[in-house]
Design a protein around this ligand. Structure first.
Ligand SMILES: NC(=O)C1=CN([C@@H]2O[C@H](COP(=O)(O)OP(=O)(O)OC[C@H]3O[C@@H](n4cnc5c(N)ncnc54)[C@H](OP(=O)(O)O)[C@@H]3O)[C@@H](O)[C@H]2O)C=CC1
Ligand SMILES: CCCCCCCCCCCCCCCC(=O)OCC(=O)COP(=O)(O)O
Length: 323
């Protein structure tokens, strides 16, 4: 015989089950709805931020810069594409126009060499004369390097530094007053995981990216008062021509597609990550696999272990070259 008390408990349990099953479903649906609405509003805000904005991209002739051109153009930006080779820029412009059904803003090419400091202010003036102002400046162009510190000519260290650090710094300084005057602007820089950790045989490149990270972190704090955003993007390996174009100890081009580069992320995926980071006004993002991200934490939390691993890596690489 089941007692009355037991029957009451069972009934109460069933009632609770019924209420929770009824309540949980609408609650879950409600939460998903709110989340979906939040994401939708975020997307609308991002779209409005990029659409019709004047976006300057350096290094647009290749790799990540070229893909950024495509995703920002599709998002409706007025592009100013910078590079050293006018023909390749014009070819990209023709490609963009051909793929755009809506035929929005015709991109404009500005040709200059970031490693030639005297060309930067005239280039910035040309940009400002053409568009009146710049909403988003994407400092993407860069060159990598492979070599031992002992064998590398100082001129090579300087060339890498000029391209990756002094060039973007000079361009940013030339554009910044117009942003301050407008009380609006967004400066983006494509750094690298190597702006946070240094790996052997990349001294000039890692140094230039560490300097980049430091400069733009200072800039972020200094221009906050003018409502200017600064985003530092630190990618891991991307499938581009970076290793092919890297400089070696004597200044010649490396000319090898590295395994890490070939197995890296697709430039399109990284370009979308750049678009999202800009749209969400992120201060900084790492676009990399787990291991490089862990290596960054290891460098901070357990530096001795990190340095040991790097020394092992250097030994292994040296052995690989001599055998
Ligand atoms: N690929 C990777 O694994 C990673 C790349 N990055 C960074 O991404 C950025 C883009 O490189 P990525 O697309 O990979 O490499 P690419 O070599 O494919 O592209 C580099 C771009 O920079 C331009 N550039 C190089 N030197 C100069 C210069 N002196 N003046 C003007 N433009 C110059 C190149 O122009 P040109 O065609 O005239 O040579 C090219 O458009 C770089 O800052 C790089 O450090 C960061 C992390 C990983
Ligand atoms: C808690 C466990 C942590 C384990 C950490 C182990 C450390 C492993 C070392 C990983 C090194 C990652 C280096 C990543 C470098 C990188 O992504 O660089 C991006 C670039 O800029 C590429 O330029 P490059 O010219 O070098 O091709």
């Amino acid at each position: 015989m089941v007692s009355l008390a037991t029957r009451r408990i069972v009934l109460k349990g069933k009632l609770m089950d019924y209420i929770t099953s009824i309540a949980i479903i609408p609650l879950l649906v409600g939460c998903m709805g709110i989340f979906g609405l939040f994401r939708f509003l975020q997307w609308i805000r991002m779209k409005a931020y990029i659409q019709d904005s004047v976006v300057v991209i350096t290094g647009a002739t290749s790799g990540l810069g070229k893909e950024c051109a495509k995703v920002f153009y599709t998002a409706g930006a007025k592009l100013i594409l910078c590079g050293r080779n006018n023909e390749r820029l014009e070819e990209l412009i023709r490609e963009l126009i051909a793929t755009n059904i809506k035929k929005t803003h015709r991109p404009h090419a500005v040709v200059f060499d970031l490693a030639e400091s005297k060309t930067i202010v005239p280039a910035a003036n040309e940009i400002l004369k053409y568009s009146g102002h710049v909403d988003i400046l994407i400092n993407n162009a860069g060159v990598s390097y492979r070599g031992t510190i002992m064998d590398t000519a100082l001129e090579v260290d300087k060339k890498v530094m000029e391209t990756n650090y002094f060039g973007p710094v000079a361009l940013t300084k030339a554009i910044l007053p117009s942003m301050i005057e407008k009380k609006q602007g967004h400066i983006v820089v494509i750094s690298s995981i190597q702006g946070k950790i240094s790996v052997p045989f990349r001294s000039a490149y890692a140094a230039s990216k560490h300097a980049t990270q430091a400069f733009f972190d200072c800039l972020r704090a200094e221009v906050e008062q003018h409502d200017i955003e600064v985003t530092v993007i630190s990618p891991g390996y991307i499938q581009t021509n970076l290793s092919l174009n890297a400089l070696t100890a004597d200044g010649s081009t490396y000319g090898v597609m590295d395994k890490n580069t070939a197995n890296g992320r697709s430039p399109t995926e990284v370009a979308y990550a750049v678009l999202t980071a800009v749209g969400k006004k992120k201060k900084e993002v790492m676009v990399a696999d787990l291991l490089p991200c862990l290596a960054v934490s290891l460098r901070t939390l357990f530096p001795r272990l990190f340095f040991y691993i790097m020394a092992m890596r250097a030994r292994k690489e040296r052995k690989g070259k001599t055998s």
